[in-house]
Ligand binder design. Structure first.
Ligand code: ITT
Length: 195
């Protein structure tokens, strides 16, 4: 039987990527809507792990019938900006304006100083258990938006000459922060529970 995990996210793109990564490995990923949970946890933490813990625990506590919950907190950390927007990536600017605002902030930053990375923390919560797994994807910030795939900052994040938005979802998942964190989650679940 497939192991069910409830993904505590309101971000449809994260849900899509999690399903692409985890379903071929034998997991069934339920959405908050599937579980009848409609909340927007308060992300008051200052780290990705803390915010993912808050989301996973808040949603777990809403469940009438307990089941394992995962949550993802992630963001883009730009070295020339001292790591910003980081945990504030979703609050940096309204969706649709984030990439342009970041390009504007980076307009005087020379080639060679445009390094950045995506970070992802996945937290798994079940009765008596709370475990976190992190993943990172390193690259650079480009000079214009390119590509139609992905979401968020993907159109300005370059890896080997292409933005993540120019890659197929399989290509992105194979190198992404989310893919790396989820791989660790799967190893943990297999080792601990033999799922
Ligand atoms: P939930 O909290 O409901 O999961 P959210 O979108 O608010 O959804 P976060 O607080 O973790 O999630 O914010 C992460 C933001 O960082 C996200 O909205 C994107 O702008 C950006 N981001 C995260 N992962 C990304 C990825 O793989 N590609 C591009 N941008 C990403």
């Amino acid at each position: 039987m497939r192991t069910k995990l409830l993904f505590a996210t309101n971000n449809a793109n994260k849900l899509r990527e999690a399903r692409q990564i985890l379903e071929p490995m034998g997991f069934e990923i339920l959405s908050m809507k599937d579980a009848g949970v409609d909340i927007e946890p308060d992300e008051t933490g200052t780290t990705f792990v803390r915010n993912a813990e808050i989301k996973a625990c808040d949603v777990y506590n809403e469940l009438e019938i307990p089941m394992p919950v995962i949550a993802d907190d992630s963001g883009l950390c730009v070295d020339a900006l001292g790591g910003r927007p980081g945990v504030w990536s979703a609050r940096y600017a309204p969706e649709g304006e984030r990439c342009q605002k970041l390009l504007d902030e980076m307009k005087d930053v020379p080639e060679g100083k445009r390094s950045a990375y995506f970070e992802c923390a996945i937290v798994y919560v079940d009765k008596y258990v709370c475990e976190s797994f992190t993943g990172r994807c390193e690259g650079t910030i480009g000079y214009e938006e390119r590509g139609e795939n992905g979401f968020g900052y993907d159109p300005i994040f370059l890896r080997d000459g292409r933005t993540l938005a120019e890659m197929s979802s399989e290509e992105k998942n194979a190198i992404s922060h989310r893919g790396a964190a989820m791989e660790k989650l799967v190893s943990y679940l297999k080792e601990s529970y033999g799922v």
